[in-house]
Design a protein around this ligand. Structure first.
Ligand code: SAH
Ligand code: SF4
Length: 340
């Protein structure tokens, strides 16, 4: 039995065709699920009994349970319990342009970035497509408003769960499903080079964010294990290839770690590295956590760092801070709920 929330419309069409049924049943089912929010196939009134009986033999409606909700101004953090009792978190944020959700893609994360709370728990497993879709559906139900933007930046490395993330994006973007505009979907990766290349071929239009966090291999090796497999040169080449193929501007995320990657020289080196690339740098004030020793750069240094980038014609924004009071900010999400 498969979850009905985890299947793309294309795959559901193939299912119906392979069962000697009509292709358009897939669209009908999607309308019931995503527009009328049904919880059982028995609620469907415009499909014959035989087709319904058959589909019930292969698909079911599953649930993920909200077990805790914490609220701060303009932010809500949800702790979900999955069917196998594992836990994940999602965060919803209210902006002037709409409502975004930051979803998790794995339970734990194996990339081992030194500064990240989510990665302190090693990967237990990938999230299935339905578990990603249900994060959006359950939150939407809870807030009784439509979510307009999705960022895949919660727990996990999305490109280490590549196929499921691609199906998730397809369902999220499908006009008959979540109907989120492709440019309203952002995926953030720590830099798995082969997957960046594959992504460029498979899905253009999605916003791609790269967690760079250092201007050279020496620093990046110290804080991001992934750099030992795919160094900065290979990463930058993959990003250039991505931009050539998709014609899209890429975001580089850069967390500001005091005395690690935040010097004036780092800013100069970063500007040199990114010169001529269609990108912007999203500078992120580091969110300190109890368990990890890194400190946030002084605000004056963050401003100076951004100034140097600007002087060198690099587009730069400072990430607005959300949700640090409820540990819902970047890098603070966990797969457990041990501490408040
Ligand atoms: N695994 C993916 C996506 C999830 S992490 C990735 O690494 O890109 C989302 C972003 O939060 C990444 O840029 C990550 O480096 C950053 N991050 C991790 N820990 C952080 C912290 N404590 N403070 C601020 N940002 C953090
Ligand atoms: Fe994983 Fe991203 Fe955290 Fe690195 S920053 S450990 S890739 S979730």
């Amino acid at each position: 039995m498969k979850s009905i929330y985890g299947i793309t419309r294309k795959k559901l069409e193939d299912y119906f065709i392979n069962n000697g049924d009509k292709k358009f049943r897939a669209t009908q089912i999607f309308e019931w699920i995503y527009r009328k929010n049904i919880n059982s196939f028995d609620e469907i009134t415009n499909i014959n009994k035989k087709s319904i009986t058959k589909i019930k033999e292969n698909f079911y409606f599953n649930k993920i349970k909200i077990v805790k909700k914490q609220e701060d101004e303009l932010v809500k953090k949800y702790l979900f319990e999955l069917e196998d009792k594992n836990k994940i978190e999602s965060v919803v944020m209210y902006h002037d342009y709409g409502i975004s959700i930051c979803i998790s893609s794995q339970i734990g994360c194996n990339m081992g970035c030194a500064f990240c709370e989510s990665g302190r728990l090693k990967k237990v497993r990938n999230l299935s497509v339905n578990e990603m879709i249900l994060q959006v559906l359950e939150v939407q139900k809870d807030i009784k408003e439509r979510i307009s933007h999705i960022v895949i930046m919660g727990i996990g490395e999305p490109f280490d769960n590549y196929d499921n993330v691609i199906d998730f994006i397809n369902i999220a973007n499908d006009a008959y499903a979540l109907a989120i505009g492709i440019r309203h979907i952002t995926v953030s990766t720590s830099g798995i080079v082969p997957k960046i290349k594959q992504f460029a071929d498979e899905l253009s239009g999605v916003n791609l964010a790269i967690s760079l966090h250092a201007p050279n291999d020496e620093i990046r090796n110290k804080i991001m294990k992934v750099n030992k497999a795919y160094n900065i040169e290979s990463l930058i080449n993959a990003v250039k290839e991505y931009i050539n193929k998709t014609n899209r501007r890429v975001t580089f995320e850069y967390i500001m770690l005091k005395d690690v990657n935040d010097s004036d020289n780092c800013a100069k080196e970063l500007a040199k590295l990114l010169k001529g690339i269609n990108c912007y740098v999203n500078v992120i004030p580091y969110n300190e956590t109890n368990n990890i020793g890194f400190k946030r750069s002084d605000f004056s240094q963050i401003i100076k760092f951004c100034g140097i980038l600007k002087e060198n014609n690099i587009n730069v924004t400072i990430r607005k801070e959300f949700g640090s009071k409820v540990s819902a900010a970047c890098g603070q999400l966990r797969s457990e709920s041990k501490e408040e």
